[in-house]
Each structure stands twice: as C-alpha cells, then as structure tokens.
Design a protein around this ligand. Sequence first.
Ligand SMILES: C[S@@+](CC[C@H](N)C(=O)[O-])C[C@H]1O[C@@H](n2cnc3c(N)ncnc32)[C@H](O)[C@@H]1O
Length: 294
Amino acid sequence: MDRNQRPPGEDHGRQRSGKETVALTGVPETLLWNLYQRACAARQPSWKFHDPKAVELVDAIDYPFAETFGPPNPFLAQGHCLRVRTFDTVVRHFLTERPYGTVVALGEGLETQFWRVDNGRMSWLTVELPETAAVRRRLLPDGDRRRTYPCSVLDPAWPDQVGTAHGVLVTAQGLLMYLRPPEVREVIATCAGRFAGGALVFDAVPRWFSACTRRGAMRTRRGYAVPPMPWGMDGGELRKVFGAHPYITAVREVPPPRGHGPYYGVVQPVLRRVPVVRNLRPTMTVLTRFAAQA
Ligand SMILES: C[S@@+](CC[C@H](N)C(=O)[O-])C[C@H]1O[C@@H](n2cnc3c(N)ncnc32)[C@H](O)[C@@H]1O
C-alpha cells in the first residue's frame, strides 16, 4: 500500500522492535519533518542547540525519516533550528517576566520546547488535533505542569482550558499556514479576545511559497509532498494582522538569530531589510500583543 494511502491512526503503538510506530498522514505527518530537523540540528555540536528529547524521540520512533524526507540536510536543519530558536527566545522572555505564566502551544505536534525552556514554575498546555494528541500523550505523557488537550484550534472549547492568572503566551509554530485565511483570522481574534494582556507568536510563509504548496510543487527528492498551505503572508503585510481584532496593540517581526555559514550567517540577517526581497523569504516569525483591558 502506498504510504500516503495508510488510514490515519492505524497501527499506532509499540512494535516488537521496541520502537514506537507513528502512523500519521497529511498535515499531522508534517510534525515528523520538524522533529527530524530538530534532531539533526541537535546532533551538530557546534550549533549549540540543546534538544536531547528530540534526538531521543527520533531514535524511539519507527518511521522512515530519511527515506521520506531525505538524508539529514544541514542547510534545511539549520533553517528550521533558527526558527525554533526564535520561538524559544520569545518564550524565555515571557517566562522571565511571568515565571508562573501559562504557555499555550497550538498544534504542537512532537515539539520538545517545554524541555528546552522549562523554568520549573510555569504551566504548559498543548492544543492538538485528537489523532496527534494521542501520539503526543503516548510519547510525551502529561506531567504536573504540562498537559495535552485534544481539540482543534478552531474549536471554541480550548481557551476555557487555559489558566490566565499569571499571564498567557500562545505559540503557533508551523501551524497557521495549514489553515484557511478566515480560520487564521479566527485563531488570532480568539487569542486577542480571550487573553487580555497576553501575546501570540506565530510564523508565516510568504504567498509564493503557499501557492507552490497548493500546486503540489513542494516535494522532496524522495517524493514526499508538503501538504497544501492555504495561508501565506508576505513580510510587507504585517500591519494587516491588526485587522484581526481591535484588542491587538502591537505586531512586530522577531528576527531569527544569526546562524552559521554564508547564508545563515551573512545573507539571512539582512534580507528582511531589503525591499521586495523581504517578501520572498521562506518564513518569518511574528509577535502580536493584546490589550491588557478587554
Ligand atoms: C508542521 S506541524 C508543527 C508541529 C510543531 N508545532 C512543530 O513546530 O514542530 C503542524 C501541526 O499542526 C497540527 N494541526 C493542524 N491543524 C490543526 C488544528 N486545526 N488544530 C490543532 N492542531 C492542528 C498538526 O497535527 C501538526 O502537529
């Protein structure tokens, strides 16, 4: 049977080899690409990206990572790692200001950010589609301050699960591009309306990239096709985010840290300042703040 025809949810569980089978397809399967890139990055000692949990997970999961996504590719891994580090910086900054705050990770997949940023006091809520939440709970069981809530981010039930007493930061890493534009607006508006004084950090792909995925043109050499990303936003469109909700008080891009090599060390850091080219960058991370008083 073609790997893309496998019914979702089939044969989850521990194999005789001792490895965990994860049978996800479509958008949920993309979490494995991210996990693979993080583990590749963590295996590069000179990058100083400490994520042993990601390495542990890749080693524990019975999934043809290299056959599906290609052999480890330092260029892709570093690009992904820089995005992850950008999110980590925003979360660490929030926890410095609000050490007992709540981080809500929308569409978190098998992200291991909790272990990279934990300060021992904060609370963490993952909101994931039920099929992905089941995988996450199996591989990363809930803890005292960390739990997974099985629910679409489009379901109005999830904000009721969030403890707001000590401040809230919502993260949506690698998620919004997979939603339709009105759904993206809805998620941003829900966060602004429900988390007074809070913030949302998300990433976006540019419109050209979204269009390529919708044509099925984003494929690995191994034939894995990136699922369609219906929503794209160019670097020059940041101000449009204000239109999602009147309580949005600030919208700004968070630049990635400087990386290694000619592209990530020299070219990428200046791209966002170059007109036209800034709209062509494959990804950007955006921080949106909400009014303290609703
Ligand atoms: C590219 S993965 C990103 C995973 C993780 N945030 C990361 O960066 O490694 C996309 C994730 O979004 C989740 N997802 C897609 N649509 C969703 C929805 N409507 N509600 C909640 N999660 C969703 C998928 O299950 C998947 O885990």
